[in-house]
Write a protein that binds this ligand. Structure first.
Ligand code: BJ8
Length: 424
């Protein structure tokens, strides 16, 4: 076992508090992931990554900085990773998925703020996330109200650059977003001293999109009946995409997919073919938020897809052919990012189309709409999604929850009743 304590001390983590966080994780991981039956062998790598979540990967980031590179922290898939990579900086998704850090935020943020925002801020305020400590600056975005106000507080604790994201998909919104990407490019160049050229950006986009293609391939294996991988494992793989090394990660996901595709050919699955097939749709689930998937799969369902930013909203779109000059590339990246059908847009009918397509093509028996408590954007869209699915006789269960364990019993009762209704 490598001892990372000196690295954590150098990062100014609150070591006692951080110990408390790390002590909770192995037991939680074992009881959620390692007890699953018929897990693919290819998950070994992802188990290893989680085992080293605050160790080896953080060290890689520190080594990159020691060699003169920069590290940039993110909370949203709207921020294009390729622009960051092209400046010889490493983009990294920051800790945002644990109840552990929520109390550290509640002294500053209103309690009726969504758990993702409180958890993000609490990790910085309590000095328990090594990723933000290892980052040179954070790129935030003006998506929902809670997040954009949180960034004002975050800026007092850590260098923060906020990019504006349009609320409407219109030509004016696109222009605004393009300007913001140009401003981010200038910021990255100033911070790193590296000029983002067309050639550098082409290479970076190829790296990011190899990762997205690998995730698309994984997602496609979940069309099979029986499904070759659990929803929990597939979610975990997507969550890890936000902080692992992109090139290595894509190789490992593709190796996992080789195994899953062989399983599909042999008709092998992780659950009986008749298990209810569920699509989860809504707010993203940052690591280690595995609560809903665990309840669903413990109750005998299989989750076959996530319409979320830790799912299809992250990996479904790629840049269009663009002729290769720098400004055309940036436009293509803007267009790709604007295909993120986040509930912060108005209107956002594209998301409804996505959900219906996923429900049909992944042969879904029911949809669970997941909103984090106090996330008004996704909670508002739940009714629209329900109506659209009702027209196709696809049942929907609305869940609003947070990161705490307090409502697990109640959620389980509702999930069991929903699955019972599907089975009839
Ligand atoms: S592109 S979904 S990652 S903003 S759950 S913090 S919306 S109150 S996370 Fe998101 Fe980017 Fe959109 Fe995706 Fe606010 Fe809702 Fe909380 Fe949310």
């Amino acid at each position: 076992m490598v001892d990372y304590r000196s690295m954590w001390a150098e990062l100014d983590l609150d070591l006692d508090k951080h110990d408390g966080l790390l002590q909770a994780l192995p037991g939680m991981y074992e009881n959620t992931f390692l007890i699953q039956e018929r897990r693919p062998k290819g998950m070994d790598y992802f188990d290893f990554v989680v085992g080293e979540i605050h160790g080896l990967r953080v060290k890689e980031l520190m080594d990159h900085r020691a060699a003169g590179g920069k590290v940039v922290g993110l909370y949203c898939v709207f921020v294009p990773e390729d622009l960051i990579l092209a400046a010889n900086a490493i983009p990294v998704g920051l800790c945002a998925g644990a109840q552990f850090s929520v109390p550290d935020a509640e002294g500053t943020l209103p309690r009726n703020t969504c758990a993702l925002i409180k958890s993000s801020f609490g990790f910085k305020a309590g000095r328990t996330c090594p990723y933000i400590q290892a980052s040179d600056f954070v790129v935030g975005e003006t998506t929902c109200d809670g997040k954009k106000k949180m960034y004002e507080f975050l800026a007092d604790l850590h260098p923060t650059h906020v990019m504006e994201v349009p609320q409407k998909r219109t030509p004016l919104g696109r222009e605004l977003f393009l300007e913001e990407l140009r401003a981010l490019k200038a910021k990255l160049e100033a911070e790193t001293g590296v000029a983002i050229t067309a050639e550098r950006l082409t290479q970076a986009t190829a790296v990011v999109e190899a990762k997205r293609r690998a995730l698309q391939r994984l997602h496609n294996t979940r069309k099979a009946r029986p499904v070759p991988i659990s929803g929990l494992d597939a979610l975990l793989v997507t969550q890890i995409s936000f902080y692992d090394d992109s090139v290595r990660y894509a190789e490992k996901v593709n190796a996992l997919c080789d195994e899953l595709e062989e399983r599909v050919t042999r008709g092998e699955g992780v659950a009986p073919a008749e298990s209810p097939r569920i699509l989860v749709s809504g707010s993203p689930m940052a690591i280690p938020n595995w609560k809903l998937h665990r309840i669903l799969e413990d109750s005998g369902a299989v989750v076959v897809g996530e319409e979320s930013c830790t799912g299809t909203r992250y990996f479904s779109y790629l840049v269009a052919e663009n002729g290769g000059d720098l400004s055309a590339q940036i436009e293509a990246i803007a267009d790709r990012q604007l295909e993120t059908h986040c509930a912060c847009f108005t209107p956002n009918d594209e998301r409804i189309v996505d959900i219906r397509t996923l429900a049909r093509d992944w042969a879904v028996d029911g949809v669970v709409h997941y909103s984090l408590q106090f996330c008004h954007t996704f909670a508002n869209e739940a009714g629209k999604v329900e109506k659209a699915l009702a027209r196709e006789n696809i049942p929907l269960l609305r869940i609003e929850t947070d990161y705490s364990d307090e409502d697990i019993g109640q959620l389980k009762t509702r999930v069991d009743a929903f699955l019972e209704m599907i089975r009839r």
